[in-house]
Design a protein around this ligand. Structure first.
Ligand code: P6P
Length: 324
């Protein structure tokens, strides 16, 4: 059987995409470091799943420890990979209370904000989980402090996420281009499999935590009532999995604020901003229900934000209904 056409690899693709643009000096190295970390975390997730079978002997604490180890181990893995690439000045992580300085030379000209392992509680039921990264240029002549990490999402220069699912997919968004790469387990190479991703015009799905319905505003309840009548519900309960399906198939994801948690559950800096950036670069929209999320001026590293993201016209329509 003829060899399948070998797909273009990630590093080759990113080098060619960014080569001639001095604005992105070293960005390909940052993306390559994230990809290395994803390979490593993918192995850990598979191993934890196996170990988790042992945990079904009823030793809940073993299972709990595995999850905790896995969240922290994933964060450590990515911090180490980003430090080793020599281009990242500081990292913010959902697993680390403060920002972490990892380099302060003129070459360290990026900040990375990340959710190293989102949805890890789904590992014990073999549901897809993910890793999410927002990448900002380090503003010139700025000292590296936690405050300097707090840049608005509209200053991102790239965003990356990984889905650890039936396959391990890495999606990279840079200035109007969104491309997906699938991990070839045999070679360890990320191969270009989703070129020039654009969110479809037709919005097929909606994803929303309807278990919070009773705590939503009346306007939000009416919005979701409308979506339920005209769209198919798909809600995995793993943000990256829901986002990725909606990006490829057309859909809208909503995690609203409610009477118990007015700012919702999801984090601005390393969930809403990066995924919002990917959505916009693929022709979609992202809002907190009243404003473009990427325009929010952050005040805290771990602040939460209501999230509405996906198909452009459906997000706009939703905002109009909420603001009536
Ligand atoms: P709920 C996973 O815990 C997570 O942070 C996201 O991945 C997911 O979208 C959300 O929480 C699910 O929240 O309230 O439906 O369990």
């Amino acid at each position: 059987m003829a060899q399948s056409q070998s797909q273009q690899g990630l590093s080759q693709f990113m080098s060619s995409l960014l080569a001639d643009d001095s604005r992105y000096e070293g960005l390909d190295l940052v993306v390559a470091a994230i990809a290395d970390g994803v390979r490593n975390v993918n192995n850990k997730v598979q191993a934890a799943a196996i170990a988790d079978v042992l945990g079904t002997t009823g030793e809940v604490n073993v299972q709990g420890e595995i999850v905790q180890i896995l969240d922290q181990a994933s964060s450590d893995t990515f911090v180490d990979a980003l430090r080793d690439c020599g281009r990242v000045a500081a990292v913010g992580s959902e697993e680390i209370t403060e920002g972490t300085v990892i380099g302060d030379s003129p070459l360290h000209n990026y900040f990375v904000l990340m959710d190293p392992l989102d949805g890890s509680s789904n590992i014990d039921v073999a549901v897809s989980i993910g890793s999410i990264f927002g990448i900002w240029s380090r503003p010139p002549d700025i000292s590296v402090t936690e405050e300097s990490l707090l840049q608005p999402g509209n200053k991102q220069v790239a965003a990356v996420y990984a889905v650890y699912g039936s396959s391990t997919v890495l999606v990279v968004a840079v200035e109007g281009k969104v491309n997906g790469f699938t991990l070839n387990i045999a070679t360890g190479e990320f191969e270009l499999t989703h070129k020039d991703l654009r969110i479809p015009e037709k919005c097929e799905y909606y994803s929303a935590p309807e278990h919070n319905y009773k705590n939503w505003s009346t306007a939000m309840q009416e919005v979701v009532d409308g979506l339920r009548d005209t769209h198919s519900l798909r809600y995995v309960g793993s943000l990256v999995a829901d986002f990725h399906r909606n990006l490829l198939k057309g859909g809208i994801f909503l995690y609203p604020g409610d009477s118990k948690s007015p700012q919702g559950k999801l984090r601005l800096m390393y969930e809403a901003n990066p995924l919002g950036y990917v959505a916009e670069q693929a022709g979609g929209n992202v809002s907190d229900g009243s404003q473009r999320i990427l325009d929010i001026l952050p005040t805290k590293l771990h602040q939460r934000v209501p999230l509405i993201v996906g198909n452009a016209s459906t997000v706009v329509d939703t905002i109009e209904k909420l603001q009536k």
